[in-house]
Design a protein around this ligand. Structure first.
Ligand code: IMP
Ligand code: MG
Length: 187
């Protein structure tokens, strides 16, 4: 029934809006427990643009521990084609994170290069602690080992869009996470 309403580029809905929101709440609850007692100035959530912007907005509003928000922008893809390990820093964070508890908020761990790059970059800035929260993980695609401390969902090796994730900058604002038809990126 739902299929009738899907844009024709979407193969199927992988995660409904409701399923996502329930998991985001659980992640926020766990984060709020784990960081209880930290001071506002000492706790920074860093969202990775653009893919994590919706996840970041929903997550940070549910984290009950006082915290600051910051963003950085990275790029590693042209359309759906990974250029092995190439990560470009488009925009850095504003905050000086030395001595702070930093939590990276990312949309998805695919090959793992982006998170590995970020973790290495941030670790060199001497945070008090550094952890990673990713909404999605594609274990079948990992090329480098990355540690994800808070994970939303494991998904199969398909290209997903919606809830912030894109294909060629499209589909980001779909409320659910859907599998893109392979015909779209094989065009
Ligand atoms: P990685 O460096 O290969 O782990 O790729 C990470 C980045 O690629 C993510 O931050 C996403 O922006 C993008 N990405 C990887 N897989 C997908 C997908 O299935 N849909 C949309 N974006 C993706
Ligand atoms: Mg992206």
């Amino acid at each position: 029934m739902l299929k009738v309403l899907l844009p024709h580029s979407i193969e199927r809905v992988l995660l409904t809006e409701e399923t996502i929101m329930q998991r985001v709440q659980e992640l926020a609850d766990q984060i709020s427990i784990d960081y209880a007692g930290v001071r506002n100035e000492d706790f920074i959530l860093v969202g990775v643009l653009k893919g994590a912007f919706i996840f970041m907005a929903d997550l940070t509003r549910r984290v009950t521990v006082p915290h600051r928000v910051d963003f950085m922008a990275l790029s590693s893809y042209q359309g759906a084609v990974a250029r092995a390990g190439t990560v470009r820093l488009i925009m850095d964070t504003r905050a000086d994170m030395a001595g702070c508890h930093v939590l990276i908020v990312e949309d998805i761990a695919d090959t793992g290069y982006t998170l590995a790059y970020l973790q290495r970059l941030f670790q060199a800035r001497n945070p008090a602690s550094l952890r990673t929260c990713a909404l999605l993980n594609k274990p079948a695609r990992h090329e480098v080992e990355v540690k994800v401390d808070y994970l939303g969902f494991e998904i199969p090796d398909v290209w997903v869009v919606g809830y912030g994730l894109d294909f060629a900058d499209r589909f980001r604002t779909l409320p659910y996470i859907g599998e893109l038809k392979s015909s779209v990126y094989q065009e």
